[in-house]
Design a protein around this ligand. Structure first.
Ligand code: SF4
Ligand code: SF4
Length: 427
């Protein structure tokens, strides 16, 4: 009699998904962890093999096996280049969910799931954590830690929390001129605490382009981090709450300025496909979700007229480029801004090492990947690094500090907003 499969729960990756990998290896040279280690077990093909072996009961989810799963950035670069169309992201999320549900997950996985569920998904508790991080920076403790060699790498990737939180709900922006669109805005969990300025810029840019911008009061965290880390039940619950919140109103689009959140929300239909009460609504919601760059590039964009006079490079956010397959829209917007010298970044589509909580759980690999990214950025000589996701912004800001480089990191909408506002336009 064969061994009992390690995966017997409701989230087991399907045989059809797993069978799609023909082991051609074409994805290997696109995988940041394979490039760093040269190890098959740290490659997409190797990890798919491990997940398949677990689902067939050939191996157990030992710490060794879960360690290889953990080392994956879930950047989905392998998925974007795979000629067989292997849905790597779905397989990895489901594999993690099965390990977590089996009761044989390492303690670190269970602790991480608890933190994401009980802190990240709860705005009150998250605000307390943000206040602690704000104090940590404002008191000079972080600067001190960054100058202390034994602590330097440990504190390098902590997010920067500055300024006031973006707490607004309801109607955030009125269209300038005639209203052309009514859009909902996902405000999210960490974004309003760490990058409230990006939300403010997003609202102004959308209003400048004829949108009424509304943030439904009952929306919650999108659930991306929970899904990536194997807590699919929490991801599903958060998805249902967002579907209720956003479908309660008539919106032309649901705008998201965080690539990781947008990619998770575009996959709500897949996440809830077996939930008879939500499956159809989840598909409807997913079809309305648009990354802010995707939405703006689809419009006759109000031309930005004030020149910025800066050199800009662009780091593709993995979940925008590989999961949502959006690479032209951000570049088109940057190029549309007068006075911007756009410099293409070598390996722009390769992960920066941020990957949600990866910088906290896999610090060493995260820093190795970041260091390579910063070498590429230095080569461009650009003064501004634009990107499309808060995790990437935090990681690249840490990279600038770590490598003592000048420059600033911005979300693309901030550049557009700067050009609009230099003409003295206020909305
Ligand atoms: S995931 Fe795709 S590219 Fe990678 S080995 Fe399998 S079939 Fe080939
Ligand atoms: S998701 Fe990224 S890190 Fe993970 S196997 Fe694919 S390319 Fe490698």
């Amino acid at each position: 009699m064969g061994k009992q499969p390690a995966f017997t729960g409701p989230f087991a990756p399907s045989e059809a998904d797993l069978a799609q990998c023909v082991r051609c290896g074409l994805c290997l040279q696109h995988c940041p962890t394979y490039l760093q280690t040269g190890l098959e077990a740290e490659s997409p093909r190797g990890r798919l093999y491990l997940i398949k072996a677990m689902s067939e009961g050939l191996i157990e989810p030992t710490v060794n096996v879960t360690g290889h799963m953990d080392m994956c950035l879930q950047c989905r670069n392998c998925e974007a280049v795979c000629p067989s169309g292997v849905p790597y992201g779905r397989i990895m999320e489901r594999g993690r969910a099965e390990v977590l549900a089996s009761g044989r997950a390492p303690f670190s996985w269970r602790l991480r799931a608890l933190f994401l569920r009980e802190v990240i998904a709860r705005p009150g508790r998250l605000a307390i954590l943000a206040s602690a991080l704000r104090f940590y920076r404002a008191s000079g403790l972080r600067a001190l830690a960054e100058r202390t060699p034994v602590l330097r790498d440990r504190v390098a990737l902590a997010p920067t929390i500055t300024g006031k939180a973006f707490k607004r709900r309801g109607v955030l922006g009125q269209p300038q001129g005639a209203m052309k669109y009514r859009v909902g805005l996902l405000t999210g969990c960490i974004m309003p605490l760490a990058y409230g300025r990006v939300h403010a810029a997003t609202v102004r840019v959308l209003a400048r382009n004829g949108c009424e911008v509304v943030a439904p009061a009952t929306q919650v965290c999108c659930g991306a981090l929970h899904g990536h880390n194997g807590d699919l039940p929490t991801a599903m619950e958060l998805a249902r709450r967002n579907i209720d919140a956003f479908l309660a109103e008539e919106f032309d689009a649901v705008i998201v300025n965080s690539a990781g959140c947008g990619s998770a929300m575009k996959e709500y239909g897949d996440l809830l496909v077996e939930d008879s009460a939500y499956a159809e609504r989840a598909q409807r919601m997913a079809s309305r979700v648009k990354d802010v760059t995707e939405f703006l590039a689809s419009l006759p964009l109000q031309p930005p007229e004030a020149p910025l006079g800066v050199s800009v490079t662009y780091q593709d956010s993995c979940h925008l480029a590989h999961a949502q397959r959006i690479t032209d829209a951000p570049r088109d917007i940057i190029r549309a801004i007068p006075g911007v010298r756009f410099v293409e970044l070598p390996h722009a589509d390769r992960c920066c090492g941020s990957a949600g909580v990866y910088g906290l759980t896999q610090r060493e690999m995260s820093i190795r990947v970041l260091d390579e990214k910063m070498r590429d950025i230095r080569e461009t000589g650009a003064e501004v690094i634009a990107t499309a996701n808060p995790g990437c912004m935090t990681q690249l800001e840490a990279g600038l500090r770590r490598h003592r480089m000048n420059g600033r990191v911005v979300h693309i909408v901030e550049l557009l907003d700067e050009s609009y506002r230099r003409r003295g336009i206020r909305v």
